[in-house]
Design a protein around this ligand. Structure first.
Ligand code: HEC
Length: 187
């Protein structure tokens, strides 16, 4: 057999047996490079000034961090209206439209969901305490940090404090103003 024919035969037969070709060392050349492979180590932080294009991870790691936040969303009519929508979707099954805690699912609970119209919530609880409970849930209450963005959770807080019981507005505004927060770089 002529040399040229032999080479043609080798090339042709390798083309027809791709699995064999893939097993040769050069087929993995592109993989052997310094890039980070899937599941390899921790995600490196995004370069400075980069812009997220689809959502963002919330940096509120634990309850203590959440307790230190001040409410960054003003309790405007718009925020309260948005909060009411989210409240209706996420909270009414247990806490009911009225906020009293006797929603259809709430009634089935061994411990009744807290009455959100009570004196404590309306006049004493800080915004960040309510925010923390929405973010991390309770012993029985689910966490909403995957369903609502931090801003949406503050909207719900604004609604609970300023919309659920209309007459409670003034007392709770004073409370909010007294609160000091540490929101540096955290949302
Ligand atoms: C599946 C039922 C359920 C849903 C839905 C629910 N909660 Fe609750 N919630 C509870 C229960 C039960 C409690 C009593 C405390 C506990 O055991 O978690 C509670 C307690 C609370 C408390 C007081 C925290 C405490 O430690 O007692 C707040 C504030 C609250 N809920 C707000 C909300 C808001 C706002 C929403 C909507 C984003 C919501 N909840 C949705 C069941 C629910």
């Amino acid at each position: 057999m002529k040399k040229g024919h032999l080479i043609t035969l080798i090339v042709l037969s390798s083309a027809l047996t791709p699995s064999l070709v893939m097993a040769w060392p050069w087929s993995r050349d592109f993989m052997n490079q310094p890039s980070i492979k899937p599941q390899e180590g921790e995600m490196p932080p995004a370069p400075k000034r980069s812009v997220p294009v689809g959502g963002y991870p919330t940096q509120i790691k634990d309850r203590l961090r959440a307790y230190r936040l001040a409410n960054p969303v003003a309790a405007s009519a718009e925020s309260i209206a948005r909060g009411k929508q989210f409240y209706t979707i996420f909270c009414t099954p247990c806490h009911a439209d009225s906020g009293k805690g006797d929603g259809p699912v709430g009634k089935k609970f061994p411990v009744q969901p807290m009455d959100l119209t009570n004196h404590f919530i309306q006049n004493e609880a800080f915004d960040n305490w309510i925010f923390t409970n929405i973010t991390f849930g309770g012993r029985l209450m689910p966490s909403y940090r995957n369903d609502l963005t931090p801003e949406e959770r503050w909207d719900v807080v604004n609604y609970v404090k300023h919309g659920l019981v209309p007459s409670s507005d003034q007392a709770s505004t004073q409370q909010t103003a007294q609160q000091k927060g540490d929101n540096d770089g955290v949302r």
